[in-house]
Design a protein around this ligand. Structure first.
Ligand code: PEP
Ligand code: MN
Length: 337
């Protein structure tokens, strides 16, 4: 960290910043230039709020040099993390496809969708049993019955399950059915939930909050990892911008940015990222081309009657087309699918 003093800072102000830094446990190095004094500080910044220094008299700017996250960072672990679940690897050479309906709605529905997505090449079955809906009057999910059906469908077609946990109280129940815990965009900063998932023994699929910076998203992952669970994958699901032609703006650039900053796998969700069926294919292609370790796609056998997110669900044949297209793109990236 570097503290840049104002050009008119007094000797007393400079001394008091140095004294404060030492009190905080930093070793300091003072350089006096022609117009300004700059103080270099080396030490553990984990619990520091830089604004405490920023507001001191005579301080012009405080510049952090290292990242605020540790376990998530590539500095901590240079090789990419590969999460292994029952023979499926996430973050390795293979691009993983997760697909299924927004919500589990019935036995027939989840069975039909699981069959079609698994035949097309998906290895992870998604589906919400507890749904974080923007309106309390919308379908809220089937609850435990939905989890049971999801598990049954995944087992029948040899798939893994990923499903959303909305609250820390649901962790014990969902653990019995899922292979991967999904945390939703609306819960990215539910720190109690994140901490409890850090104590859970199953991987976490952490969606980016719709107004979260990449750093806030990585700090959310740090919460999970700091409790001992290092099996975290990050999901870019679109952020809120001023644009209205799409539901969200899928931040494709976040994929290479996160890959550089972190060793964790990155999955893209172009379904929530665009909110519109015909935009899902092109954005899935783009996400994989940008280096995503996998995609999560909503698929429905009867979208007009879907109980949630029908407008962004691919029809089974569109999902098959997507898989055909990804099979062409992926070898160009020296990966498999
Ligand atoms: C979902 O995956 O169905 C979902 C609710 O996603 P998000 O949290 O990204 O809105
Ligand atoms: Mn959805």
């Amino acid at each position: 960290m570097v503290v840049v003093m104002e050009s008119h800072a007094t000797e007393a102000q400079i001394e008091s910043v140095i004294a404060r830094l030492k009190e905080l446990g930093f070793s300091t190095h003072r350089s006096t230039g022609v117009t300004r004094t700059v103080i270099g500080a080396i030490g553990d910044k984990t619990g520091l709020d830089e604004r405490d220094l920023q507001v001191m008299d005579g301080v012009h700017e405080v510049v952090r040099i290292s990242e605020p996250y540790k376990l998530v960072s590539r500095t901590f672990r240079s090789e990419s993390t590969v999460i292994k679940i029952k023979g499926v690897e996430i973050g390795g050479e293979k691009v993983v496809v997760m697909a299924g309906p927004c919500s589990v709605e019935s036995r027939d529905q989840i069975m039909a969708i699981a069959e079609c997505v698994s035949k097309a090449g998906a290895t992870v079955l998604r589906g919400g049993a507890f749904k974080p809906r923007s309106s309390p009057y919308s379908f809220q999910g089937m609850g435990e019955e939905g989890l049971r059906l999801l598990r049954e469908a995944a087992d029948r077609f040899g798939m893994l399950v990923v499903t959303e946990v909305m609250d820390r109280s649901q962790i014990p129940l969902i653990t019995e059915y899922t292979d991967i815990f999904q945390t939703g965009a609306r819960n990215m900063q539910n720190f109690n939930l994140l901490r409890d998932l850090g104590k859970a023994r199953k991987p976490v699929f952490l969606k980016r909050g719709m107004a979260a910076t990449i750093e806030e998203w990585l700090m959310a992952a740090e919460y999970v990892m700091s409790e001992g669970n290092h099996q975290v994958m990050l999901c870019e699901r679109g952020i809120r911008t001023f644009e209205t032609y799409t539901r969200n703006t899928l931040d494709i650039s976040a994929i290479p940015v996160v890959h550089k900053l972190s060793h964790l796998p990155v999955i893209a969700d172009p379904s929530h990222g665009t909110g519109i069926r015909d935009k899902v294919l092109p954005m899935a292609r783009a996400a994989v081309a940008a280096g995503a370790d996998g995609v999560m796609i909503e698929v429905h056998n009867d979208p007009p009657h879907a109980l949630s997110d029908g407008a962004q669900a691919l029809l089974p044949e569109q999902f098959e087309e997507l898989m055909r297209e990804l099979r062409i793109i992926v070898p160009a990236l020296n990966r498999t699918i």
